[in-house]
Design a protein around this ligand. Structure first.
Ligand code: HEC
Length: 131
């Protein structure tokens, strides 16, 4: 009986500690589980702001796609959704920033393409749910 109570006490303490720490641990734990989590606000917006927004904002964004906020991104462009959360190989966004030499529809157009690291980051962002 005492042994059982002791067990319960220990269990309760462990549970309590777990609860107390849960909030603090939540972020790092998910980060580990996701192999570095990528969020729009932290890693993706700076890339889009620098390389895409000049053409993809305002009343007449190129391709009908506004890229100045996550809400606008979710609305997609003239051809519908530009990406599909959880499906990194699907959608125009990821496929248009992929390096294909000589391709006409490369984004951003012209010489100033994204780096492989930026491409991989955006890919991972979509894979993780594009949040
Ligand atoms: C210099 C201007 C310019 C920049 C910078 C630019 N784009 Fe575009 N984008 C365009 C134009 C023009 C179109 C329309 C092409 C068409 O419809 O044939 C377009 C279309 C698109 C579309 C297709 C939308 C749809 O629904 O058809 C996507 C996705 C896209 N761009 C993504 C990006 C991304 C991501 C970046 C930044 C890495 C970027 N663009 C930077 C000019 C630009």
């Amino acid at each position: 009986m005492t042994r059982l109570n002791l067990k319960h006490a220990v269990a309760r303490k462990v549970l309590l500690n777990a609860l107390v720490c849960a909030a603090a641990l939540m972020a790092p734990v998910t980060a580990l589980a996701d192999d570095k989590s990528v969020t729009y606000q932290d890693q993706i917006k700076p890339i889009f702001d620098q390389h895409c927004v000049e053409c993809h904002e305002g009343w007449f964004p190129k391709g009908g796609l506004r890229m100045d906020s996550l809400e606008n991104l979710r609305e997609g462009g003239k051809n519908g959704p530009s990406y599909f959360a959880g499906k990194p190989d699907k959608g125009r966004l990821i496929n248009m920033i992929k390096q294909v030499p000589g391709r006409f529809s490369q984004m951003p157009p012209g010489e100033k393409s994204l780096t492989e690291a930026q491409y991989q980051l955006i890919r991972r962002w979509i894979e993780q749910g594009a949040r």
